[in-house]
Design a protein around this ligand. Structure first.
Ligand code: UDP
Ligand code: MG
Length: 139
């Protein structure tokens, strides 16, 4: 029964190398905070190849896997654990579609992403992914 309870959820965000390189960390965190996500943990990381390969293991057979791992290990990333009611779905909405050309106005990717590979931000796509990704990047 839906009694309108607030179900707090956690999700995992990554500000990707194309965004840290272009000095967009502050702008992106501002959008995240303005949309009522609470920053629970934050860390700057240089991903190793093995962490990037583990993180994106579901894409290991895709043609873009090698370039994705190269890109994610090419510079600093900022890893954020975010908390909010309905955080996982709401954060995917805030970031927009993978390809910024298709993303809605007002989304992080529409505003900042370069293209579908260099798309500035990651967000977990399910509760299972969020738990898995938080454990990979925060232990
Ligand atoms: N990606 C890519 N080429 C593609 C599709 C995806 O380089 O054709 C990269 C891109 O950085 C994307 C990441 O791989 O964000 C993970 O892909 P996914 O389809 O899971 O997109 P997301 O969940 O990030 O929207
Ligand atoms: Mg994904």
């Amino acid at each position: 029964m839906d009694r309108g309870e607030v179900i707090m959820e956690k999700t995992l965000a990554i500000i990707k190398p194309d965004a840290t390189e272009r000095n967009l960390i502050g702008d992106i965190i501002k959008m995240i905070e303005m949309n009522n996500f609470k920053l629970k943990r934050i860390n700057s990381v240089y991903m190793t190849v093995s962490i990037a390969e583990e993180f994106y293991a579901m894409h290991s057979e895709k043609p873009f896997f090698k370039s994705l791992v190269d890109y994610m290990t090419s510079g600093m990333v900022v890893v954020l654990e975010l908390e909010k009611n309905n955080a996982i779905e709401d954060f995917r909405k805030l970031i927009g579609t993978t390809n910024p050309e298709d993303a809605e106005e007002g989304t992080i990717r529409k505003k900042f992403a370069i293209d579908k590979s260099h798309n500035s931000i990651h967000g977990s796509d399910s509760l299972e992914s969020a738990n898995r990704e938080i454990s990979i990047l925060f232990g």
